[in-house]
Design a binder for this molecule. Structure first.
Ligand code: FAD
Length: 431
């Protein structure tokens, strides 16, 4: 009998909760990864950097497993088919996974749980690993927080060292099944190519963490840790980051709490995926002008900080957080374009795309989300530039045609846009 450990968004062998529990069980552990065609088929760009990133880290795991005489099983197809094949090849006693809070993942896991029970009488064990606290720990009187500040206070008040201690899966590597290597298919064999963009290092830069509160809002410098893609795919452990940053910088820890918060929101309020968090905003009439949307996507709005951000995103798959807030506010408030359009565009481009943080960030910017201060916060993109990129260092890095005739004039007047936005929001709320 074997236990299956199924890697999903936890692509590491160290400090991995479900893996640690699987390795502690009495069975040999067969590690599995599935390139799920139901997800991959939806990706339009065959140079999608995220697939390359996953493939790279799968290969690293394979190398580590080889050293202990084991091997990954990597499947390419639907998850259902993969499990059918596994049930016929192995005598499975149990399947171990770390929990995922997206609706589609929850449904998938329910289906596989039933399937392995029916077909192999196997147990499906799931664990908390992606976050420090799930809703069950932070809820107040049984109901989830809807506003960040009280949530973060609660989060900090219940935190103990046990919550971020290591689950030392790396110490039990000999419990993996022994098998000759099974070759992992190449990126090309699953229909993708290298994107050619550099990936941020997986090593946390503690110097950046130390100064984080002073550097995090300056987009022209390396003032943030670039851990987002690693947290997205679990190539670092959230507990490890909390452990290492806790005493160093409270502002940094606060960002990690935002991440837990939006995961909790997505888990507890799954309607946010396609709807306003606050239904009061459902009556809002978006302008949804397609030409203006295209100008925004291409970084051709004539607003320097907005355009620099969009060009950084298009070229690198990354955008600085301060600039994400500015471009999202500009799209939803200056252009009155539905936040879902922007959210989808980010989803197609961001290397660190994560449904919970992206949805949370967009709804926050649009004023339809969990923010305590709603629609009347309208960023002035030029004031934001003066404050956060006063010497044009960031802007000039990304806009090469800034002082040329080809660079567009502003597509909308700030004052007019601001008034128009306030009117539209007031009308929607019946004010
Ligand atoms: P750091 O500043 O070094 O922060 C450390 C970590 O904290 C990040 O890696 C991230 O995991 C977490 N974090 C920081 N800020 C936030 C936040 N506001 N919400 C949730 N977690 C946070 N983050 C994503 O990971 N994926 C997304 O798809 C995403 N989309 C966004 C869309 C919009 C409109 C906005 C305003 C923000 C979005 N963010 C998203 C949050 C934030 O911009 C990124 O996490 C951050 O820029 C990543 O860079 P970093 O790793 O250097 O972050």
């Amino acid at each position: 009998k074997v236990s299956i450990f199924w890697f999903r968004r936890d692509l590491r062998l160290n400090d991995n909760t479900a893996l640690y529990n699987a390795l502690k069980s009495q069975n040999e552990v067969v590690p599995l990864f599935i390139f799920d065609t139901e997800i991959l088929d939806k990706l339009e760009d065959k140079k999608d950097a995220r697939v390359e990133f996953i493939h790279l880290y799968i290969m690293k795991i394979q190398e580590q497993l080889k050293q202990v005489g084991s091997t990954l099983i990597v499947k390419h197809g639907t998850v259902d088919n993969a499990f059918k094949e596994l049930v016929s090849e192995f005598d499975i006693q149990s399947v171990y996974v770390n929990r995922d809070y997206e609706s589609s993942a929850k449904q998938r896991d329910e289906r596989i749980k039933k399937y392995v029970k029916q077909s192999a009488n196997a147990e499906f064990y799931d664990f908390k690993d992606q976050v420090i606290f799930e809703a069950s720990s932070t809820n107040k009187d049984g109901s989830p927080y809807k506003v960040f500040t009280p949530y973060s206070k609660k989060w900090l008040s219940i935190l103990t060292s046990e919550d971020y201690s290591c689950r030392p899966s790396e110490s039990l590597m000999e419990k993996f099944w022994k098998s000759p290597e099974r070759k992992v298919m190449s990126l090309e064999e699953i229909g993708f190519e290298k994107a050619g963009i550099p990936f941020p290092s997986v090593e946390l830069n503690e110097k950046i963490v130390k100064n984080y509160d002073k550097t995090r809002d300056t987009p022209s410098i390396e003032g943030t840790t670039r851990m987002s893609v690693h947290l997205r795919f679990g190539t670092v452990s959230i507990r490890d980051l909390v452990r290492r940053s806790k005493g160093l910088n409270a502002t940094y820890l606060n960002e990690l709490i935002w991440r837990d918060f939006y995961m909790m929101i997505l888990d507890q309020f799954p309607h946010v995926e396609n709807n306003n968090f606050k239904p009061a905003y459902d009556k809002l009439v978006w302008r949804n002008n397609v030409d203006e949307f295209m100008a925004w996507c291409e970084g051709k709005t004539g607003y320097h900080l907005v355009d620099a951000g969009m060009r950084q995103l298009n070229q690198t798959g990354y955008m600085h957080n301060r600039v994400r807030m500015v471009v999202a506010s500009f799209l939803t408030k200056h252009l009155l374009i539905d936040w879902k359009w922007g959210e989808r565009y980010f989803a197609s481009k961001l290397l660190d795309y994560d449904l919970s943080a992206n949805n949370g960030g967009w709804q926050w910017a649009a004023g339809t989300g969990t923010d305590a201060q709603p629609y009347f916060r309208i960023f002035n993109p030029d004031s934001q530039q003066k404050k956060f990129d006063p010497n044009y260092t960031y802007i000039k890095t990304w806009i090469k045609d800034l002082n040329t005739k080809t660079y567009p004039k502003p597509i909308v007047d700030h004052k007019l846009a601001r008034e128009r936005c306030l009117q539209a929001f007031k009308k929607a709320l019946g004010q």
